[in-house]
Structures are given as structure tokens and as C-alpha cells.
Design a protein around this ligand. Structure first.
Ligand SMILES: *[C@@H]1O[C@H](CO)[C@@H](O)[C@H](O)[C@H]1NC(C)=O
Ligand SMILES: *[C@@H]1O[C@H](CO)[C@@H](O)[C@H](O)[C@H]1NC(C)=O
Ligand SMILES: *[C@@H]1O[C@H](CO)[C@@H](O)[C@H](O)[C@H]1NC(C)=O
Ligand SMILES: *[C@@H]1O[C@H](CO)[C@@H](O)[C@H](O)[C@H]1NC(C)=O
Ligand SMILES: *[C@@H]1O[C@H](CO)[C@@H](O)[C@H](O)[C@H]1NC(C)=O
Ligand SMILES: *[C@@H]1O[C@H](CO)[C@@H](O)[C@H](O)[C@H]1NC(C)=O
Length: 407
């Protein structure tokens, strides 16, 4: 509590202390799963699930327009979001006649809100960005966004990573050669880590000041196993899990976020079903038993890419929460497996990501020369953490160089 008060006071201090001579690092925001807008254009040859689903259209916002999540209409939405897999090329593609675009790379517009319809509650990085703008930051200049097609895993993001490299250099140059800070949420953390692994130390030294990871799942989350088996609500809106499952299963990013065997013990049961139990070493059987063997291929294509979580070798700030009931073990019976929702035994975590996964950065302590700072905000939910005053304050402190003197 006292500690909270101190941070609050330092917040006030920060606000008062910002003036012309303090440094202002530019930021690049890297969203998590579901945090970028996706636009679609249809010229479908394959029949959609209902007669009333559009077959032809101009560009429209597919992810996310709440109106597309209404009962019945949601099946059209899910069918357009769904990917298909070619096991020869090991690549996914959109359904034939569905063209997809992630708009506004480099801008913040696509990552501030989940949908631009203005209906419902859909704020994403908006509260952080608004606070920075109030302090003199400018969207598109020293606040940049790196949206991407979050349906795909790390193995299909080459173009995005090339774009990210260009964005880093461009942002650095546009801001008087000031080093850039990454601000990530959720899956954006592991994605940024993968990119950092592939940069030379001299490049990182020149261009990257630090990385702020908010609620990063370094070791995956049990919740994804429920998505694969029975489907899941879309976090922001209440929808029928089984109806979104075809999309959720077809997205390799779901498999990418499955619990990692660097974090779960080989004897630890994560899914209980009437016939058998599954640990993180039983994924092949798990996917066969839920009748989605393609999921196992997705998992294989992604599991080795983070190199057993090598350190990022940049200064780190980890903001995460705890003490929220988070899926720990999924209990199915022979009525519910695999299509209906399981009973969920709770684990510690942020409601979505298990605590051990959020704490994955601790594996890097002593393994990189750059500092690792962290802050735990108990009782704050995985998404709500983005609008928590402590998070906003922390990001402001990092971006305005308050940590440059805290050694
Ligand atoms: C739609 O697809 C059909 C064939 O699949 C093609 O002949 C037609 O030109 C396409 N329409 C547009 C607007 O691209
Ligand atoms: C998968 O890709 C291969 C190689 O490009 C191609 O020959 C094959 O037709 C594709 N399979 C399907 C089902 O599209
Ligand atoms: C990469 O950047 C180009 C140019 O801004 C853009 O057209 C393209 O959609 C981007 N691709 C990805 C995957 O971000
Ligand atoms: C750019 O950086 C140089 C050297 O650090 C400094 O002298 C100059 O005032 C800066 N210009 C702006 C516009 O911030
Ligand atoms: C599965 O695990 C549960 C709880 O750990 C246990 O009670 C049950 O006997 C196990 N079932 C099988 C088939 O091993
Ligand atoms: C459920 O599974 C148990 C144990 O395998 C079995 O005894 C029971 O008959 C099953 N019930 C149904 C409805 O299939």
C-alpha cells in the first residue's frame, strides 16, 4: 500500500517534472492476440455458412465490429476469419475469395481501439496513448503502432518483422536519432522477443533503449487449450464459444500460446477427460482426441522458434498482475469433452495468463547485462491492466527517461 502511494506521488512528480530539457523516447506499440484491426474484402466462391452472409463486398472492418458478433451473423464473421492449412507448404491462407489487410502500419489508429464502430467498450492502448499525447507526444511521430495479422504464428510473420525493422529505423531517424522503446501487450511480448533475437547486438545498442512488456505470456497459457477444445469467449465481448471455435482453432497463434514444457512439469495434468489425462507432453494425442490434428502441426511449426527463451539483451520492464482466477486445469466429463465448456480449476495469474508464464522473464536475471525491472499489480485483469493508472504511470516514467537515473 505504501508502495502504491509512493508510485502515485512519483506520478505527480513526473507530471510536474516534464519540461523542455527532459528526454522523450519515441515508442512503438506492439499489440497482442486480437489487438490489431483486420479488414476484409470478399469475392467468395465457396458457399458461406448462411444464405444471408455476404459473398461480395468492398473493404470492411472484420476485426472487430461488434455488430458482426450478433447471433447468427457471427457465423459469417467466423467463416471469414478462419484460416486453412496446407500441410505441404506448412502455411495457412485465407479462405478462397477472402482478402485480408491489417491497416495503418506505423500509425496508432489500429491499436488504440479494438473496433472503430464506437459501440461497446473497446479501448486497447488508447488510455496510455491519450496520456502520452497530453504530455506532448504526437501520434505517428513519436508514438507508432506495429499492428499485425495476429491469427498467424511466429513462423508466418516475415513481412511484419521486416516492416518492424524499418519502423524502428524510421522512428529513430524521425526523432532526432533518439533510441526507441517497445511497449508490448500480451503476445506482443514474445513476438518482439523473437524479432530481438534476430537483431545484432550493435543494432539493438544503436536503436533500442528498452522494452516494456505488459502481461507477456512467456510460457503460454492453459486457457488456449480450452480455445482449441471447446472454443472460448472473445475476451472483450460475450459470444458463444462453440461458434467462434472454428476460427480460434484455425489460428496458429492459438497453438503458439499453448503451455510450454519449459514451464509445466512433465507429470502435471492440464486437461482431464473421461478417457485419459493430458500433460504438456501429450499434445499430439490431445489434438487427435479433439479431432483437430492440424493444431498439432501448428504447435510443431512454432514451438522451437523462441530458442528456449534466450534473453532479449535489451533493458526490460515487466508489468504484470496476479491473484486473479486463471484457468489452471480443465476438467471434462464424457458429456462435455470436447465440445462443451469444461469445469476450470483456477490457478494464480491475471485471468488469462498463468503466473509462472508472466514471471518467465525471471529466467533472464543474471543472463543479460541490461537491467530487468518489474512491477506486479495484484488483482488487475489481463486486459484491464492497460488502463490501470499504475501501468500508465510506469510507461510514462520509462518513456520520459525517469529510469535513466534509477540504477
Ligand atoms: C470475383 O471472382 C471471380 C472468379 O472467381 C472473377 O471472375 C471476378 O472478376 C472477381 N471479382 C472481382 C471484383 O474481383
Ligand atoms: C498445397 O501446396 C502445394 C505446393 O504449393 C500444392 O501443390 C497443393 O495443391 C496445395 N494443397 C492444397 C490443398 O491447396
Ligand atoms: C508492411 O508495410 C507495407 C507498407 O507500409 C504494408 O503495405 C504492408 O501491409 C505491411 N505488411 C505487414 C505484414 O505488416
Ligand atoms: C537533436 O539532438 C542534438 C544533439 O543531441 C541536439 O543538440 C538538438 O537540439 C536536438 N534537436 C532537436 C530538435 O531536438
Ligand atoms: C486423471 O486425473 C485425475 C485427477 O488428477 C485422476 O483422478 C484420474 O484418475 C486421472 N484419470 C486417468 C484416466 O488417469
Ligand atoms: C462416462 O464414462 C464413464 C467412465 O468411463 C462410463 O462408466 C459411463 O458409462 C460414461 N457415461 C456415458 C453417458 O457415456
Amino acid at each position: 500500500m505504501i508502495w502504491h502511494l509512493l508510485l502515485l506521488l512519483s506520478f505527480i512528480f513526473t507530471i510536474n517534472n516534464i519540461n523542455g530539457d527532459s528526454i522523450r523516447y519515441p515508442a512503438i506499440f506492439i499489440p497482442g492476440n486480437g489487438g490489431s484491426q483486420i479488414w476484409a474484402r470478399l469475392n467468395r466462391t465457396s458457399p458461406p455458412p448462411h444464405f444471408f452472409c455476404s459473398r461480395h463486398s468492398n473493404w470492411f472492418e472484420l476485426w472487430l465490429d461488434v455488430r458482426l458478433l450478433l447471433p447468427e451473423v457471427i457465423d459469417c464473421f467466423v467463416d471469414n476469419m478462419r484460416l486453412t492449412y496446407n500441410s505441404t507448404t506448412k502455411k495457412t491462407s485465407n479462405l478462397e475469395g477472402v482478402e485480408i489487410q491489417v491497416p495503418d502500419f506505423g500509425q496508432t489508429s489500429s491499436i488504440e481501439f479494438f473496433d472503430s464502430s464506437g459501440i461497446g467498450y473497446s479501448s486497447y492502448f488508447a488510455p496510455i496513448i491519450r496520456s502520452l499525447v497530453a504530455l506532448g507526444y504526437t501520434r505517428g511521430v513519436d508514438l507508432r503502432g506495429a499492428p499485425y495479422d495476429f491469427r498467424r504464428g511466429l513462423d508466418e510473420q516475415e513481412e511484419f518483422f521486416d516492416n518492424l525493422t524499418k519502423l524502428v529505423i524510421d522512428t529513430y531517424e524521425q526523432n532526432n536519432q533518439t533510441k526507441v522503446i517497445f511497449v508490448t501487450h500480451s503476445m506482443g511480448g514474445p513476438f518482439a522477443l523473437y524479432w530481438l533475437h534476430r537483431q545484432k547486438a550493435s543494432f539493438k545498442e544503436k536503436y533500442i533503449r528498452s522494452m516494456v512488456n505488459i502481461a507477456a505470456p512467456w510460457g503460454g497459457a492453459v486457457k488456449t487449450l480450452r480455445l482449441m477444445a471447446s472454443g472460448d469467449n472473445i475476451d472483450v465481448y460475450v459470444v458463444s464459444p462453440i461458434r467462434v471455435r472454428p476460427y480460434q482453432r484455425s489460428a496458429p497463434s492459438t497453438a503458439f500460446l499453448m503451455p510450454s514444457f519449459n514451464f509445466w512439469d512433465k507429470n502435471e495434468v492440464v486437461v482431464v477427460s473421461p478417457k485419459r489425462n493430458y500433460t504438456v507432453h501429450d499434445y499430439q494425442d490431445f489434438f487427435n482426441d479433439i479431432n483437430y490434428p492440424t493444431g498439432y502441426e501448428y504447435w510443431l511449426n512454432n514451438k522451437g522458434l523462441l530458442d528456449e527463451l534466450k534473453p532479449p539483451e535489451v533493458e526490460l520492464h515487466e508489468i504484470y498482475s496476479s491473484q486473479m482466477p486463471t484457468p489452471g486445469v480443465l476438467l471434462y466429463n464424457n458429456r462435455t469433452f470436447p465440445d462443451l465448456q469444461p469445469v476450470v480449476l483456477p490457478d494464480n495469474g491475471d485471468g488469462t495468463v498463468n503466473i509462472r508464464s508472466l514471471l518467465g522473464f525471471k529466467k533472464w536475471e543474471g543472463k543479460q547485462k541490461q537491467d530487468i525491472h518489474s512491477t506486479e499489480l495484484p488483482g488487475v485483469e489481463h486486459l484491464a491492466i492497460l488502463r490501470h493508472p499504475m501501468t500508465i504511470n510506469y510507461v510514462i516514467q520509462v518513456l520520459t527517461g525517469q529510469f535513466d537515473y534509477k540504477k
